[in-house]
Design a binder for this molecule. Structure first.
Ligand code: 3HC
Ligand code: NAI
Length: 716
């Protein structure tokens, strides 16, 4: 195999190019090649300086994340990091000026290599960051030590704990960059390197201390960051480990700080939290790969869109399109409903302006992309329509029939239905190949998940277009099958069933919610329902009752319907599972719920008894994983990892647990299966193990292959 590193000399400058597509990740061959190339330049009498540059669209996006799977023990990690640190010290010891020339991204190990160089120049649009915390690790190639020495502790702490990249101009202002190159990067870097060679003033980052002379202030900065992290980190240990490593370097110098970094990196890389987050990194990229929709499937260019219904969801969907710069028609039944919808949209944008995340001018420009209407005029100019009228089959079918007439024959028709059969809408439209579900999550302009629901006749072009469009809309699009509730809400029914039953058996609403938030969910099941509206679920149950179905098998708790009858819809009515003071979202436990639970328990002959938070988590997570296995086996989800992505982006499942399927695997599938059997014995036959779960346990396999966390389904 040819080396990913090339070496050439231009005007007495050795140009060392990293060419390891697609993102020049630091594979072992790249590390080795860099070491050799810099050593060669150091000894080459024809060379006065060295430029390190990336081929293709980026400098270096970091260490090769797949390699971390080989760091199975702390000792292995320590050994490898020690070698990497030594290699970077060798680069830094190069007697000739070593200049990193950055374009695209310098991320993680990419920035760490750049910081081991004596100088850094970059294009104006380059982005620089230490995103390791998103993978549950800390910078492991000296980043926690060199970054504060270049840009000071405050920015270093911010970058290493929030993982966000900074612009080239910010990097220049902070001292991380030495120059922004206006024209050709390579030529600019060569020129810069020659000037430095003439001045012969190269300095090693590790020997600098001018940015951290005030040790007490640096330590105080670390302590402030640590205190602020508790909530934001939501259970991932990496951000505070990054602070510890930075603090060690500030207090005890580069060598001790580097040793601490290696130890903390090793702790993190072998942790289940990091494995979970690495799994999600690949899972998120895997979702776009649909077995029968090849990468080169033609896609339609979406230039104009329309949304039908300006309620909670329609308004948010119109904002999503406008935010992406796509003009959108927004249709309502009458002027009053339209004005209500527009007023909500404007209020949402005004809140963004007041937080300083949008200017008043941008607000008007974005609002200008939304054209309100009460008619179908202009629908013949759009490339896609998203229907978001009430969740009512007859109304939706009538709407699709109208859309079939009002739009061009090549216009895609998508429904935001959260439960109903897409194929029925498809038939009503007279254009089934171009009909599918685009299931957004509330609030649609905020939540990142988009379930792309494939109908029986949806064609490949429509799927490929939807996947491409989801990226443009800043969403993570996941293709799912057409079943009641699709993947997210179908599984949620089991999550909620257990929450209701646990309440009847003796747990309280605040206890169940607390157990789930301690687990890492942003909000517990009851708090979530108070936000979404108890009426929404109640109406779905009424519809299902009318057609003789239930959402999840097993006993159906009466309590949610009783709350609905009392008009307790949640936050919007000032009471639901909790009470709310006017204008406040603070959840106040309500003894009424305990009375309702006691009545429900008595009616079912149950004696209510206290239970532990661990029992609560076990019941709810077992139900979720068991149903996930069924969804997978039925082919409604393509891969177990797609379910993980759906739960993390749709419901805020904690990323450091990797999603419900990954979590089940960390618990151990034999344990999960044993729990299903135990619950069946205790509660009844509605607990049935998913056949896929039984088969995997019998065969000693898991939901994923053993490779690099890139969850590959074994189920469909
Ligand atoms: N290692 C291995 N593969 C990587 C990778 C990495 N660091 N970064 C990206 N890839 C792969 C992706 O998996 C994807 O593969 P696929 O085509 O087979 O699915 C391909 O490169 C393209 O990636 P994206 O689809 O994400 O491309 P985008 O253009 O949308 O984004 C990017 C490019 C901004 C560079 C983005 O890929 C990214 O953020 N990468 C990860 C950056 C990162 O986390 N770096 C830190 C790594 S850890 C580290 O460096 C530790 C060190 O401190 C020792
Ligand atoms: P909503 O009640 O807030 O809004 C529906 C809007 O559609 C109303 O403003 C109504 O006037 C309008 N409408 C009805 N018929 C119309 C027609 N023929 N032409 C134009 N407008 C019409 O309902 P919501 O919550 O926005 O739900 C809409 C859809 O989104 C439903 O299918 C629902 O299941 C789905 N959904 C809802 C979520 C939620 O959390 N609320 C989440 C995901 C999907």
């Amino acid at each position: 195999m040819s080396s990913p590193i090339s070496y050439e000399i231009v005007e007495r400058v050795a140009i060392v190019t990293i060419d390891n597509p697609p993102v020049n990740a630091l594979s072992p061959a790249v590390w080795e090649g860099l070491d050799e190339a810099v050593a060669r330049a150091a000894h080459d009498p024809d060379v006065a300086a060295v430029v390190l540059i990336g081929a293709g669209s980026t400098f270096v996006a970091g260490a090769d994340i797949r390699i971390f799977e080989t760091l199975t023990t702390r000792e292995r990690s320590l050994e490898r990091s020690a070698k990497t640190h030594a290699l970077l010290a060798r680069l830094e010891d190069c007697p000739k000026p070593l200049v990193a020339a950055i374009h695209g991204h310098a991320l993680g190990g990419g920035n760490e290599v750049a910081m081991a160089c004596h100088y850094r120049v970059a294009t104006r649009d380059a982005m620089i960051g230490q995103p390791e915390v998103h993978l549950g690790i800390i910078p492991g190639a000296g980043g926690t030590q060199r970054l504060p020495r270049l840009c000071g502790p405050a920015l270093a702490l911010e970058m290493c704990t929030d993982g966000k990249s900074i612009s080239a101009s910010k990097a220049l202002a902070s001292g991380l960059l030495d120059e922004i190159v206006g024209g050709d990067l390579r030529a600019g870097a060569v020129k810069f390197a020659l000037v430095r060679a003439a001045a012969s003033d190269s300095h090693k980052t590790r020997e600098r201390s001018d940015r951290i002379v005030d040790v007490a202030a640096g330590v105080a900065s670390c302590e402030r960051t640590r205190a602020a992290l508790t909530k934001a980190a939501r259970g991932s240990p990496a951000p505070s480990a990054a602070v510890d490593a930075i603090q060690a370097g500030i207090e005890h110098g580069f060598e001790i700080g580097s040793r601490r970094e290696r130890e903390l990196f090793a702790d993190c890389v072998v942790s289940v939290e990091s494995r979970a987050m690495r799994h999600l990194f690949f899972a998120e990229r895997e979702v776009a790969k649909i077995p029968d929709v090849p990468k080169d499937t033609p896609t339609r260019n979406i230039r104009r869109a329309a949304v039908v219904g300006a309620g909670t969801m329609g308004g948010g969907i119109a904002m999503t399109y406008a935010n992406a710069g796509i003009p959108v028609l927004l249709k309502e039944v009458d002027e009053a409903a339209l004005q209500r919808g527009l007023a909500t949209i404007r209020k949402n944008y005004e809140a963004t302006v007041s937080k300083g995340r949008m200017t008043a001018e941008q607000l008007e420009k974005t609002m200008g992309l939304i054209t309100p209407t009460t008619r179908y005029d202009g629908f013949d100019t759009v490339d896609i329509v998203v229907e978001a009228v009430f969740e009512n089959m007859d109304l939706k079918k009538a709407t699709f029939a109208e859309l079939g007439r009002a739009t061009r024959p090549d216009c895609i028709l998508a429904s935001n239905s959260s439960t109903l059969d897409i194929d029925e809408f498809a038939r009503a439209s007279g254009r089934p190949a171009l009909v599918l579900g685009h299931h957004f999550f509330s609030p649609a302009n905020v939540m990142k998940l988009l379930e792309i629901v494939r109908g029986r006749e949806t064609n490949r072009e429509t799927i490929a277009t939807s996947l491409r469009l989801s990226k443009r809309l800043s969403k993570v699009g996941v293709v799912v099958g057409n079943c009641f509730g699709f993947v997210a809400n179908r599984m949620l029914a089991y999550y909620m069933r257990e929450a209701y039953l646990l309440l009847e058996e003796g747990a309280s609403v605040p206890q169940i919610d607390q157990a789930l938030t301690d687990f890492g969910m942003p909000v517990g099941p009851f708090g979530m329902q108070d936000i979404a509206g108890i009426d929404v679920g109640a109406r779905i149950r009424q519809y299902l009752k009318a057609i003789g179905k239930t959402r999840a098998e097993g006993p159906q708790s009466e309590i949610p319907d009783r709350l609905f009858e009392m008009g307790r819809y949640g936050q919007k009515t000032g009471a639901g599972w909790y009470k709310y003071e006017p204008g406040s979202r603070t959840r106040i436990p309500d003894p009424l719920i305990d009375r309702l639970a006691a009545e429900a328990a008595a009616a079912r002959g149950l004696t209510r008894a206290p239970m532990s938070n661990a029992d609560i988590i076990s019941r709810i997570m077992t139900a979720l994983a068991n149903e996930g296995a069924r969804v997978l086996e039925a082919g409604y989800a393509i891969r177990a990892s797609d379910i993980d992505v759906i739960y993390c982006y749709g419901f805020g499942f904690p990323r450091h647990r990797g999603g419900p399927m990954f979590y089940a695997q960390t618990v151990g599938l034999p344990t999960v299966l044993a729990r299903v059997h135990e619950y069946r014995a205790r509660f009844g036959d509605y607990w049935q193990p998913a056949p896929l779960l039984e088969r995997l346990v019998a065969e000693g396999r898991g939901f994923y292959t053993e490779t690099a966390g890139a969850g590959v389904s074994v189920g469909t």
